[in-house]
Design a protein around this ligand. Structure first.
Ligand SMILES: [Zn+2]
Length: 220
């Protein structure tokens, strides 16, 4: 099964996509993974991307598409869950071309959708995250982690603080950018009859079961 997955920001802790990949027995990948594989193997393509990133420029669409083509060449026959890509309709069109070349079209595009109320809850939960001043590896979500002493790191007792990247305003803006990115893409894939929308509420296993059922129904 070949599926593009869109997941709202901040869902990383319960690994819904991982759980879905296991349920469908297909590997998951992201543009980041494919890129890192190229970079670490020092391929010609990887070296070009390194050069571009060193220069501080954005990686152009043609090169991104090359990177994706390279990754999907290896994965397409076995199926995949592609996460976090494409991010624009022009990249989606290029992805369609790549998959056509490989004779491996997408089966579905899965939109793991949060209701507005869920988005609000998630923003509040994410903005409650705290880090430890003594060790940046010590991170907590006070509500979930049930700290023994309020405001103190459970590992070393260090003072907990809110990182400037983890404020409510930052998360709200991340969700707005995500929505703005997603809108034209869901329209694009809905036109192709590929879009499957699933309510992303509950545990990762619950969401994954719901998604499997919706994907199976869609492929009938
Ligand atoms: Zn600590």
């Amino acid at each position: 099964m070949r599926v593009v997955v869109f997941e709202a920001p901040g869902g990383g802790r319960d690994d819904t996509v991982g759980s879905l990949a296991r349920a469908l027995s297909v590997p998951r990948t992201s543009i980041g993974n494919v890129m890192r594989a190229n970079l670490s193997q020092g391929t010609e393509l990887g070296n070009r991307v390194t050069e571009i990133m060193k220069s501080g420029s954005l990686v152009p669409d043609e090169i991104l598409t090359e990177v994706v083509r390279d990754g999907l060449h290896r994965m397409a026959p076995a199926g995949f869950l592609l996460l976090g890509y494409p991010r624009t309709v022009s990249l989606a069109l290029a992805l369609d071309d790549v998959l056509r070349e490989l004779d491996a079209p997408l089966d579905s595009v899965l939109d793991l959708r949060l209701s507005d109320a869920e988005v609000e809850r998630r923003i509040r939960r994410l903005a409650a995250r705290r880090r430890c001043r003594k060790d940046s590896g010590h991170r907590f979500e006070p509500e979930m982690d049930q700290l023994r002493v309020e405001g103190a790191c459970d590992v070393c007792g260090g003072e907990l603080y809110q990182h400037e990247d983890e404020t409510e305003i930052r998360f709200r803006s991340a969700f707005m950018s995500y929505e703005a990115m997603l809108e034209p893409l869901t329209q694009h894939y809905a036109r192709q009859g590929l879009l499957v929308t699933v309510d992303a509420v509950g545990t990762s296993d619950e969401i994954s079961r719901r998604a499997v059922a919706a994907l199976q129904e869609h492929s009938l």
